[in-house]
Design a protein around this ligand. Structure first.
Ligand SMILES: Nc1ncnc2c1ncn2[C@@H]1O[C@H](COP(=O)(O)OP(=O)(O)OP(=O)(O)O)[C@@H](O)[C@H]1O
Ligand SMILES: [Mg+2]
Length: 295
């Protein structure tokens, strides 16, 4: 992918925003932060179901949950035992990242869980030197994953900043409503600010539309606005509106497991498989992007 039109015209710092597949880090691993400053746009749903889709294609995926709401953790763990180590402990230096990673309910996906303690952890580190780079440093010794996905909170808090600093790429989900573009702009500015401060250089892998409903005119209007602003930064795959997603955290399962017992059409599984293949294409994973979309 090449540079596309500036999504935030008139905003001086967006010259730091880069689009495309760009580089891998020195370990050969791609780290994608799933981010949007707007709440409830499908960040956790995208993190977990994309991880599952890639694992079903044979990839080994690590999910790092950096949101104290722990929605990704809820999908991938039947329960987080009392006192279990979490990303909060990594931030305050009480655990190594490797020590908190556990296998998830989806084979091939591993999770670094979040807990409510993440809120307090961020207060603990607020005056520490290097507070924005703790996660990146903790990730240095990770090995053996094809992809790392980081789920982030909507607020621009230290855990989110750490996630953006650690990321080689960002993926921005949006729901098609009149405020969609505003949310994406604020998020893009946050990414650009990290680059402007020389803290990191995540490239924008793309914007993903969540909860598409073709019966609603507002859906198409919002999508067109995003296409105008982000050009080919907008991913073609849309995740259709589907009430099956709502049960994922409560049942501790991704959409592929939820829909497995259902008769076709299994729309959530189809959409996430298509998205995984499109993203594989952007990352240059040829063997996957050549695959046919069929669930
Ligand atoms: N394609 C979809 N169709 C309908 N509902 C969906 C879809 N994807 C996700 N949802 C639902 O939308 C709600 C918000 O999703 P999610 O929790 O992933 O958003 P979020 O951006 O992570 O929220 P937060 O900002 O609070 O972390 C959830 O109830 C989820 O099940
Ligand atoms: Mg979330």
């Amino acid at each position: 992918m090449t540079q596309v039109s500036n999504p935030c015209p008139g905003h001086k710092i967006t010259k730091y925003l880069i689009f495309g597949a760009a580089s891998f880090d020195s370990r050969g691993m791609t780290t994608v932060a799933i981010t949007n400053r707007k709440g409830g746009v499908g960040k956790s749903s995208l993190t977990t179901n994309l991880a599952a889709a890639l694992a079903l294609e044979g990839k080994r995926v690590l999910v790092i949950d950096m949101d104290s709401q722990a929605s990704s953790t809820a999908v991938f763990l039947d329960e987080l035992p009392q006192g279990a180590l979490s990303t909060a402990h990594v931030l305050i230096g009480q655990a190594a990242l490797e020590d908190i990673i556990v296998p998830s309910t989806r084979e091939g996906v591993f999770i670094a869980p979040a807990s409510r303690e993440l809120t307090a952890a961020q207060l603990t580190i607020v005056a520490r030197t290097g507070r924005e780079t703790i996660l990146r440093r903790a990730m240095r010794s990770l090995q053996g994953y094809d992809l790392i996905l980081i789920d982030t909170a909507p607020e621009q808090q230290l855990a989110t900043v750490n996630s953006l600093v650690a990321a080689s790429h960002v993926l921005m989900p949006f729901t098609p409503d009149p405020k969609a573009l505003e949310g994406l702009r604020t998020t893009s500015e946050a990414v650009a600010e990290i680059a402007a401060a020389d803290l990191g250089q995540a490239t924008v892998l793309g914007c993903v539309q969540i909860a598409h409903d073709r019966r609603l005119a507002v859906t198409e209007q919002a999508r067109e606005q995003v296409r105008k602003a982000y050009g080919e930064g907008l991913l073609e795959t849309r995740i259709r509106a589907n009430s099956s997603f709502i049960v994922c955290p409560a049942w501790h399962r991704d959409i592929f497991a939820i829909e497995r017992g259902e008769r076709a059409p299994r729309r959530g599984s189809e959409d996430y498989r298509a998205l995984a293949i499109e993203i594989a294409g952007r990352l240059g994973w040829k063997e996957m992007s050549d695959a046919q979309v069929a669930v």
